[in-house]
Each structure stands twice: as structure tokens, then as C-alpha cells.
Design a protein. Sequence first.
Length: 665
Amino acid sequence: MPKILAIDDKRDNLVTLSALLANLMPGCTVLTAQSGPEGIGKAKTELPDVILLDIRMPDMDGFETCQRLMADATTKHIPVIMITAIKTDSRSRVKGLEIGANAFLSKPIDEVELISQLKVALRIKEAEDALRGERESLKQAVQERTADLTQEIAERKQAEEVVSQAKDDWENTFDAVTDMITVHDAEFNILRANLAARKMLGLQALEGRPFAKCFQCYHRTENMLPECPGRQSLTTGLPAAVDMFEPSLNKHVEIRAMPRFGRDGRVVGVIHIVRDITEHRKMEEQLRQSQKMEGIGQLTGGIAHDFNNILATIMGYGEMALIKMAAHDPQRSNIEHMLEATDKAAHLTKDLLLFSRRQIAVKKPVDLDMIIRNVQKILQRVIGEDIEFKVLFHVEAVPILADRNHIEQVIMNLATNARDAMPKGGTFTITLERIELDDEFVTAHGYGKPGAYALISVTDTGTGMDEEIRQRIFEPFFTTKEVGKGTGLGLSVVYGIIKQHDGYINVYSEPGMGTTFKVYLPLIEAAASLEETAGDRVYPAGDGETILLAEDDAALRALSLLVLKQFGYQVITAVNGEDAVNKFREHADSIRLLLLDLIMPKQNGKEAYDEIVKIKPGIKIIFLSGYTPEVIRQKVSIEKGATLLSKPVSAKDLLTAVREALNKE
């Protein structure tokens, strides 16, 4: 039932109106208020369906009350029927309608007109409520839809950001791969290329257009190569690969191709992955060179023992023959040439061992001037007749502490390098001088220690080298020669030898201006103790001392026996270590020195010595061996300080070592 609010300042009028409404509309609720403010308050709290408002009221009349009701959002939708006492007051009616009143009633109130106006007002209220409900529903629907659209937009934006991020991640990953990656269609056009491929191939991105044919970009050709893995992959639908040297890139590359499939399962293109394997190939080549060196070392080490024994026999008997010859014997020159050749053969074996890293350096005081003079003839043959060879010697001895064979190898390697730099001839010059390195030199050059040095300058007038090659010239396996004509080891060996001798080496070169290597080696003061030349042979003699000689090689045993007896020693011989121990037990009191071959059958020299020293502690010992130091270390372990003579041993060296051992306290 409807709820009606009646506002009138006259209580009698409110009572009459309430009774009338109760009679006309049984069950309705009638609320009353005797002023405008009171009516406004009840309208806000009770929310009546219709308001009956008297116009004539003190303080706040009906017009102001209606105007305030219409201005309030809570009450502006409630229909207002204004009540006036003058029927013909048209001005009041117009004013009331303007401020929001729905209808007017005149006093005295006609029942029929009251019911009619109330019904109209209630229908208006009902219609407005329905419309307002629809509006609220529509508003809510719009709000909900707006919220849904906002969510959809946010989700779509988020999805787009995820897709964009994924695309960026893919692009970054694609470009981060250091291998060249290109995507091709079935006609071998490059559709996409990563950063490595774009840089290496010089590709320029063109929006919506392929770069070019893959063979044009990779191989700089107008036709596909027969071994192309992309064509094979496109035909078979299977991955394919090939390793090759690519001249246009100047690199060894591995090319892998993988098919691309469309939605229908057919091959629509290929993906190319090209990897630079140049360094890998270099490492493989270095490994082959190392294996080759190891093979040479094993071969040399294997033959060194027997070869050294043979050389020792030739050298020993030659020396003995030379000792017995008269100074003017016509055969003396022949024997001397034979011994010189034998000495060169012994050095050749040591050089092979050095090349294979199986020979250790034995440093002695030597005259650098004499070393260069001794190799001068060999150098002339090495560099060839079409190259002018000049040597500028120092006027006095240039003493250094060095392994003569190693220094000779340095000079030979530098000469060989110079020869290769002058294929059409030129001039090769070696200069030897003494210099003093001071603090100013060290500061200017960034290397060296102040002091006296021997300076070897090796100069050629060849092709020279640029700065990039000069910086790498001493690197192991680095070579500018074509495949098969250089190992890249010569100058690295030179560098290693100079460093082992506490020296320095530098190179000065420009393209077309030749090359100069400067080698600095520390000078020593002990010039008087330089290595003796072949003509200065001194043979220390014995004083009847007894020596136990154990040697499994019969020829070498007989030679050693002859040399020792010839120079005043008593000798007891043994054929192996076991025999040596037995012979020592028989003659322990008389034997002063053990001369034992280190590697022998049944019992080696070290094992024999270990048993003998238990019998006679402090017995003096000299070991001999024709094996390389590396092989010796693998087979036996000799105590530090023990004398070890490497075969071939000359008669002079053998007698000197024996005399020195016997003279030790």
C-alpha cells in the first residue's frame, strides 16, 4: 500500500486530510509534518510514495519546500502535489510546475480529484521507479561491461607485452648466438639472419624483402655449390652438414642445414647454422704437430742408445789411433777428419733429442765467437749460394755460460728463417759485439737487466713483416708459410732457448724492409775456463788405481778397457750388473772406483751400485748411459750429485771424469 506524506502548518487540515485518505485509500500509510523543514526531514527518512504539500506556510512556504525536495538527490524522484486555497491562482500553478511539482489541488479538496491525482502521481512514481531501476540495471550492466572490457584490454595488453617480450627475448637470443644463423625459403632466399650473419656477410635488412640467395651471400657465387647441405636437406627432409674452407670468408667453417616444415608437413625451407672452426682446425694441426714431434722423440730416443754406443766405439778407437801416431804421420789428418765427423754425428743426435724435447741443456763456459765460426760453413750451405753471407766477428773472446748445441740451433733456426724470407736472393749478415745494457736501455725497451751482454744481430734483406705478424712471431705453431712448409716451431724454440740462457730476443721488421733479430746473452768473466777446442786435447793419466768396469756392449767394453789401461789404470770388467756385484765381492779391497753402464740386462747399474755400497760404503761411482735423460728417469732413479756421463764419451772426457772422481776426498 502507498505511503503518503502530508505537509501543512494547520493541524486541523492534517487531521481532516488524514481521515479523508484513510477513507478513500484503506490501508495506506499517512505521514504528517507541520512545516517545510519537518516535511523535508521525514521525506528523507521515510521516502514516501507521494507528498501532499500546502503552499501557504510560515517561515518556509510550499514553493521553497518543493524546491529543496527537488534539489536533494534522495527526494527529487518523489511526486509532489501542491495544495492551494485559490482555484484561479494560475501564477502559483506555473511557478509550482517550474520548480518540480507534479499537480495541484484546490481547497476545499474534492475527493474525486484527490483520488485521481494520487493515482496519477503513484503511476508516475511507479513508472519513474521502474525507469530508475532499469537505469540502475543498465548502469550496472554498463559498469560491469566496462569493467569486463577494461579487464579484457588489460589482459590483452599484458598478453601483447608477453608476446612482445618473448619476441624481444627470441630476437636477443637469436642475435646473441655467435654462430651465423640464416633462415631460407625453398628458393634459398635468406629470409632472416642473426647479428653474426649480418655482420659477417654484410647483409642489410630490408623490410618485408629477403636479403639475397644464400650462395651469393656465403660463397659469392651465382650458383649453388655441389656439396651444399641446404639443398640436400631440402630434398631429403633430413639434417645435413659439411666442413669446408670458405675462401670468401677466409675461414674453415662447419655448415649445418635443418629442414623447415609447413603446416601440411611439407618442407618449405631450411635453417643454416654456420660455425667458424678455424681455431679448432689450428688446434688439430697443433695436435698433429705435437704428435709428430712426440713420434720423432720416441724414434730418436729409441735409436739414441745403440747409435751413441756405435759412435763411442768409433770415437774411442780413433782417439787411441791418433794418440799413437807421430805428429807428422800422413794418416793423422784422416783420423782427425774421422773424429770431427764422429763429433758432428754425436751433435746431430743431441739436436734431434733437443727438437723432440728429450735433451736437457748442459751449460758450460763457451766462446760465442768460436761457436759462430764453427757453424759458419754449415750456415753457408743452409742459406744457399744465391744469398750473400756476411759475418762480422768480435776481435776477442766473447765468453757466455751456455749449451753450445742449443746456441748453434738458435743461429741455424734464425738463418733458416732468413733464407725463407729471401726466395729471390739477398744479403744475410751476422754481427757479434759486446754491449752494456744500462737503466736507460731497460726503461726504453721494457726488458733486460743492466750489465754486460753479448749481442748477436741477425739481419736479412727479405720481405719483412707487418706489426701484427711481428707481435706473434714467437708463438708456438704460428707460421706464415703455406701448409706443409712450416711447423711454426723454429722461432718458438729459439725464444725458449734464449730464455733458458737468461737472455733476451727482439725483432725489428717492416714490410719490404727486411728483418733483424737481436739476441742478448749475459757475458761471464771466466774467460780462461772456456770449452777446449778439438785440438786442445789433454788426457789425464792414472796411478795404477783399480776400476771396476761394467758394460754390456762388448765393443764399447773392450774400448774402455783399452783406454783405461793405456793411461795407467788396472781394470776389472763385468758384462752386466749381476756380474759386477760378484766381481766386486772378489776384489772389494782393491777396487777404488765403479764405472757402471746405467742400463744393463739382469741387473742395471743403479741396482748393482745399491748392493755394492752396502758392502763398501763410500765407494766412488760414475754412471754411463746412451739413453736419453727422459728414458733414464723412467727406468732408474739415481741420487742427486752422482756423476752421469752421456754416451758417446770421448777418451779425454772419460779419463778426465775418472781422474776427478778419484781425486775427490
